[in-house]
Design a protein around this ligand. Structure first.
Ligand code: ADP
Ligand code: MG
Ligand code: MG
Length: 478
């Protein structure tokens, strides 16, 4: 049962309209903004980032559980990124059929063969969860995936609480008896922390932090939040695309990276996670150049590969986590408790078993290729159809299978440009940001750095904010 927000929608239509106007203006006022699709590379016309009208309820215990496990996920991702043997074994089947992962893997090998120039690693990741309602009354935290590359919205989400705090204040101060925000009053609305997030980029020196950005920069304000935090600390940033690096990038004999004549201390990747981000061979060469360089990469290629869905599936196999945390059974337990069922589709009896199970009950699973950015996963009839097509060939190894998570639906109103104002039955996904810096073998910083709540209408199986499906939200802790 979805939890109610408004007692009577019709009677409240005017009120909702008023509140929606306030919410949009407050979002704009506090920089919760995006560019418009009509002009993705200009800020002459901007709009509010899609957001819910109200915060959505999230159980306190699961929220704090997700925050607490984050430092261990940081450690895990970092350990995997350094374990060439593990990555090779984990991805061996995938890279025989998935060209994109294979190219990334090749860069990883080239870097290792030459020897890494830089011993400092900067990690900024986001582990995403849904709360599975399998145990009635006690939803369990289940990881959807971890994004180790271009994890977005740390910037905007540090400003979204302004919107919902004001809305809750208006409801309270105007004594609107018809509005029950999830049946409760005005609990704490926590915020993400772009300040904490960006502190970790600020260790660098005179050279610049280069933001490697997309062709179309709809979500520029999210990145500007981080840039602003760096500028406050007298750190220069430059925004560059792959083509800028391929045209003007070079390495000196010490493998220092220069782009447009300036030395780059840190490459912060916000682009390069999808095949279509690489429009030419030169773009791939630019990626290789950056990876080979002395610049600190955020993330480096090993960390990028550690975030693949295939690695996620391999980690769920018995004994694998134990190898990474040999003397820390509690850490293993803490991480493992967030795993959903994950199944291999490799050739052999285990993969055959997965296929048989998925074809029998497709509604219970999600079929995932090694892709990012939303909208790539397969469900239900489509899942069945694709599995039928690939089940006899190696093509199936490009995918993994995962248990479908069923979060408790909540009611909310999604504010999206040109979309009607209506109450929707929604599903929430909680993201937790992790940051770390390692120098050689020493972890010099390892933190949980805030959170993100994204909410989508339950009619969509897949898709994030960038895909136009989910919107920003805040957890109302219950
Ligand atoms: P991407 O890297 O493209 O974001 P995700 O694994 O996060 O891939 O999947 C995209 C979206 O699909 C998620 O935001 C979530 O809404 C939905 N989804 C993914 N995995 C599951 C799952 N196991 N159960 C339910 N929904 C899922
Ligand atoms: Mg992802
Ligand atoms: Mg995702």
């Amino acid at each position: 049962m979805a939890q109610g927000i408004l007692k009577d929608t019709m009677a409240n239509a005017m009120l909702v309209k008023d509140l929606a106007e306030v919410a949009k203006d407050t979002a704009l006022l506090h920089g919760v903004q995006i560019r418009v699709h009509e002009s993705p590379n200009s800020s002459e016309v901007v709009t509010y980032a899609p957001i819910t009208l109200f915060p959505s309820p999230v159980p306190k215990s699961a929220f704090y559980q997700a925050l607490a496990v984050q430092v261990h996920y940081n450690t895990l991702v970092d350990k995997i990124s350094q374990d060439a043997d593990f990555l090779q074994k984990a991805l061996a089947s995938t890279i025989t059929v998935d060209n994109f992962t294979a190219r990334l893997f090749k860069i990883h090998q080239q870097v290792l063969e030459e020897g890494k120039a830089q011993s400092i690693v900067l990690g900024l990741n986001r582990s995403d969860y849904m709360l599975d309602q399998k145990n009635e009354g006690c939803p369990t935290l289940k990881q959807i995936e971890i994004n180790t590359f271009a994890a977005s919205f740390a910037g905007l989400t540090s400003h979204t609480p302004h919107v919902h705090r004001l809305l809750l204040f208006l409801i309270k101060s105007n004594h609107h008896p018809d509005i029950l925000v999830h049946g409760v009053g005005y609990g704490p609305v926590f915020s993400g922390h772009s300040e904490r997030f960006t502190e970790d980029l600020s260790f660098c020196c005179r050279a610049i932090v280069m933001f490697l950005v997309e062709e179309n920069q709809i979500n520029i304000f999210d990145q500007r939040c981080i840039e602003n935090e760096l500028w406050k600390r007298n750190i220069s940033t430059k925004r560059k695309r792959f083509r800028d690096v391929s045209k003007t990038g070079s390495l000196d004999p010490d493998r220092k990276l220069f782009v447009d004549g300036q030395e780059v201390a840190v490459v912060y990747f916000r682009n390069g996670y999808m095949p279509q981000n690489y429009q030419s061979e030169q773009d791939w060469q630019a990626r290789l150049l950056m990876e080979r360089s002395l610049a600190v990469k955020c993330p480096d290629i090993g960390t990028h590969l550690a975030g693949t869905k295939k690695v996620q599936q391999v980690l769920s196999q018995p004994g694998v986590l134990e190898k990474f945390f040999p003397e820390q059974p509690q850490v293993v337990e803490q991480i493992r408790s967030t795993f959903a069922g994950l199944y291999t589709l490799d050739m052999g009896p285990e993969g055959d078993k997965t296929i048989e199970m998925a074809l029998r009950t497709p509604g219970l699973f999600v079929l995932k290729p090694q892709r990012e950015g939303g909208g790539n996963n397969l469900y239900g009839a489509e899942l069945q159809q694709v599995l039928q097509e690939v089940k006899g060939s190696e093509e199936r190894m490009a995918y993994i299978l995962m248990d479908k998570i069923h979060p408790t639906p909540v009611q909310n109103i999604l504010l999206k440009r040109d979309a009607p104002l209506k109450i929707s039955t929604c599903l929430c996904e909680l993201g937790v940001f992790g940051t770390y810096v390692r120098k050689g073998r020493e972890m010099v910083l390892n933190k949980c750095a805030g959170h993100l709540l994204r909410t989508k209408s339950s009619e969509h199986a897949d898709g994030g904010v960038a895909a136009g499906v989910a919107v920003l939200d805040n957890p109302l802790l219950l």
